[in-house]
Design a protein around this ligand. Structure first.
Ligand SMILES: Cc1cc2nc3c(=O)[nH]c(=O)nc-3n(C[C@H](O)[C@H](O)[C@H](O)COP(=O)(O)OP(=O)(O)OC[C@H]3O[C@@H](n4cnc5c(N)ncnc54)[C@H](O)[C@@H]3O)c2cc1C
Length: 483
C-alpha cells in the first residue's frame, strides 16, 4: 500500500478493504467535476465526488463565468449576428492552431447550441443582450461580448466573424462563483455523495482497468471502489513549479499564475496508469492592456522597435505573442489623442515620451531609425486605412500622429501577465483518457484543464474557451463514465 502514489497506482489485490463503493467517482469540484457529476447522476449512476478543498469552486469559481458558444444563439441572433455552425467550428479549429483537436472542435461545434440550452436548464441565467466594444468582462449583467480574435486577421478571412463570449447574468467581474453555485445546487439536488476535505492521492487498478481511488480523509487513507468509472477533473498545473520547469519553461518569463493551487495531480494520476499528456508547453496569458479600451488603438513594438502583431487581435493573443519577443519587455506606443492612464492592476509604466517618435526612440535608447521608421511606415498606411504588414483593421487602425507621444512598458517580470496552463491528458471526444498509442484506458475519463482540449494553443486562446471545454467535456466524461 505505502508504495502507491499519484505516480504509481495501487493494485486492487492490495486494497485492504473498501470504505466506499459507487458507480462513478469524480475527482475535483470545479465546473468540470460539477458537470460530470450532473450527467453521471442523470444517467442513473451512483456518484461520489471528492474535493480536496472545503467546498466547491477551484479556478472555475475565480473565473469570469464566460463561456464560448456559437452557431446562432438567441443572443447572437437578437444582436444581428447570423453565426453558423460551420463558421463557429472553423474558428474553433483556427483557435487550436497547431495543437488543434479536430474531433473535439467538430463535436462542440455541432452541439454547442444544445449545451447552451443545457446550461440554462440547470438554472444558469443569461440576460440575452449584446455589449459592443472591447471589454475583458462586462461590469454590468450583459451576455454577449467579443472575446476572441474573430474579427482580426488571419481569423476573419477563414471564418465569418461573430461575438461568441456568453457571460452569466451577474453584475461586476467574477461570474464564475455564481456559475459554480448554480451547478452545485443541481449536483446536490441529484443526490451526489459529496466529500470535501478529501484529497485523492492515487488510482486503484484491476489489471488494466481503473477501478477506484485512494483518498486522504481525516488524515487517513480511504479506499473507494468505482464500478463503472473514474473522472479526473482536477484543473491544470500552473502552481506546480517542477512541472512547469519540465514541460512549460517559457511560462517562467512571466510572474502572475492564476488559479486555485492547480498542482497538476490529475495529469500525473492519468500518467500513472499509462495516460498520455500533450501540448504541455502551452499556456494562456494576458496583460490587461486594453483597459481602458482607448489603449487598443496603440501599436506594439519590441525592444528593437519592430511590430510583431496586429493589435486588434484578442488581448490574450497579443500578450502571448508579446512574450515571444526578446528583451523581457515590449512597448505600447500611443499618441495624445488615444492615451489614458493604464489600469493600475496591469502594472504598466511610462517608459518614454517625446514630441516626435524620434524623441521617444532616443529615450528608449533604441538605435536611430528603428522605432521612428516603424511609426512612419505605420502612420503613412494608417492614413490610407490599411496595414500592409499585419492587416490590422479599422476602427482600431488609426494614425498615431498627435504629439506628444508615449511609450508604455509592459514588462514580463513586473507587469501583470496573468497565466494558466493549457496542456494535459490526451482524451478522446468522448472524454476517455488515451494512452500513448491512442487507446482508451478502461475506466478512466477526464476533462477540463487537466486535459488538452478546445483551448489547446496559447496563441489562439479566446475568452470562454476553457469553461466551454470544462462544462461540455465534463458532461461527456460524466455521461460516458456512467455507461
Ligand atoms: C481569474 C480567472 C478568470 C478566468 N475567467 C475565465 C472565463 O471567464 N472563461 C473561461 O473560459 N475561463 C476562464 N478562466 C479559466 C478557467 O476558469 C479555468 O481554466 C477552469 O475553470 C478550470 O476548470 P477545471 O474544472 O478544470 O478546474 P478547477 O475549477 O480548478 O477545479 C478543479 C478542482 O479539483 C480539486 N482538486 C485538485 N486536485 C485534487 C485532488 N487530488 N483531490 C480532490 N480534489 C482535487 C481542486 O481543489 C478544484 O476544486 C479564468 C481563470 C481565472 C483564474
Amino acid at each position: 500500500m505505502t508504495a502507491s502514489s499519484h505516480h504509481r497506482p495501487l493494485a486492487m489485490a492490495n486494497v485492504p478493504h473498501w470504505d466506499f463503493t459507487t458507480d462513478v467517482a469524480i475527482v475535483g469540484f470545479g465546473a468540470t467535476g460539477a458537470c460530470a457529476a450532473i450527467e453521471a447522476a442523470e444517467a442513473g449512476a451512483a456518484v461520489m465526488l471528492f474535493e480536496r478543498s472545503s467546498g466547491s469552486g477551484g479556478a472555475s469559481a475565480l473565473s469570469g463565468g464566460e463561456i464560448y458558444i456559437g452557431g446562432g444563439t438567441d443572443a447572437q441572433l437578437a444582436a444581428g449576428f447570423a453565426d453558423t455552425v460551420e463558421d463557429f467550428t472553423a474558428y474553433l479549429k483556427l483557435a487550436g492552431g497547431p495543437c488543434v483537436d479536430t474531433a473535439k472542435c467538430e463535436v462542440y461545434g455541432r452541439e454547442a447550441l444544445a449545451h447552451y440550452q443545457w446550461l440554462k436548464d440547470q438554472g444558469v441565467p443569461y440576460r440575452g443582450n449584446y455589449l459592443p466594444g472591447k471589454v475583458i468582462e462586462p461590469t454590468d449583467d450583459s451576455t454577449l461580448i467579443w472575446s476572441g480574435s474573430e474579427a482580426a486577421s488571419p481569423f476573419r478571412q477563414q471564418a465569418r466573424p461573430a461575438p461568441r463570449g456568453h457571460v452569466i447574468r451577474h453584475h461586476g467581474w467574477g461570474g464564475g462563483r455564481p456559475l459554480v453555485d448554480i451547478l452545485e445546487r443541481r449536483v446536490r439536488d441529484l443526490g451526489v455523495d459529496i466529500h470535501v476535505d478529501a484529497r485523492v492521492v492515487a488510482l486503484i487498478v484491476d489489471d488494466d482497468r481503473v477501478a477506484g481511488l485512494v483518498v486522504r480523509i481525516d488524515n487517513q487513507h480511504r479506499f473507494v471502489r468505482a464500478r463503472r468509472g473514474v473522472v479526473l477533473a482536477t484543473g491544470g498545473f500552473v502552481f506546480n513549479q517542477a512541472m512547469r520547469a519540465r514541460y512549460c519553461p517559457d511560462s517562467f518569463r512571466i510572474n502572475s499564475p492564476i488559479g486555485d493551487r492547480d498542482d497538476g495531480i490529475g495529469i500525473e494520476l492519468g500518467q500513472s496508469v499509462g495516460g498520455d499528456a500533450i501540448h504541455m508547453d502551452q499556456f494562456f496569458t494576458t496583460c490587461p492592456w486594453t483597459i481602458p479600451a482607448e489603449q487598443a488603438h496603440g501599436v506594439f513594438v519590441n525592444t528593437v522597435g519592430q511590430r510583431f502583431i496586429n493589435e486588434d487581435c484578442y488581448h490574450g493573443r497579443v500578450s502571448r505573442c508579446a512574450i515571444d519577443q526578446p528583451g523581457g519587455k515590449v512597448y505600447l506606443l500611443l499618441d495624445s489623442a488615444h492615451f489614458t492612464q493604464p489600469f493600475e492592476l496591469a502594472g504598466i509604466s511610462i517608459a518614454g515620451t517625446g514630441e516626435t517618435w524620434e524623441e521617444v526612440e532616443a529615450e528608449l535608447e533604441m538605435p536611430a531609425g528603428t522605432l521612428s521608421a516603424t511609426m512612419a511606415f505605420y502612420n503613412r498606411h494608417a492614413h490610407e486605412g490599411r496595414d500592409p504588414l499585419f492587416d490590422k483593421q479599422q476602427p482600431t487602425l488609426v494614425p498615431l500622429d498627435q504629439a506628444p507621444f508615449v511609450a508604455l512598458e509592459l514588462n514580463f517580470a513586473t507587469s501583470y501577465f496573468s497565466f494558466f496552463t493549457l496542456g494535459g491528458l490526451k482524451t478522446s471526444a468522448a472524454a476517455e483518457v488515451l494512452d500513448r498509442g491512442g487507446t482508451p484506458i478502461p475506466g478512466l475519463f477526464a476533462a477540463g484543464r487537466c486535459t488538452s482540449g478546445l483551448p489547446a494553443w496559447g496563441h489562439g486562446y479566446s475568452s470562454g474557451l476553457s469553461l466551454a471545454d470544462c462544462t461540455f467535456f465534463g458532461r461527456k466524461a460524466g455521461h460516458n463514465a456512467a455507461q
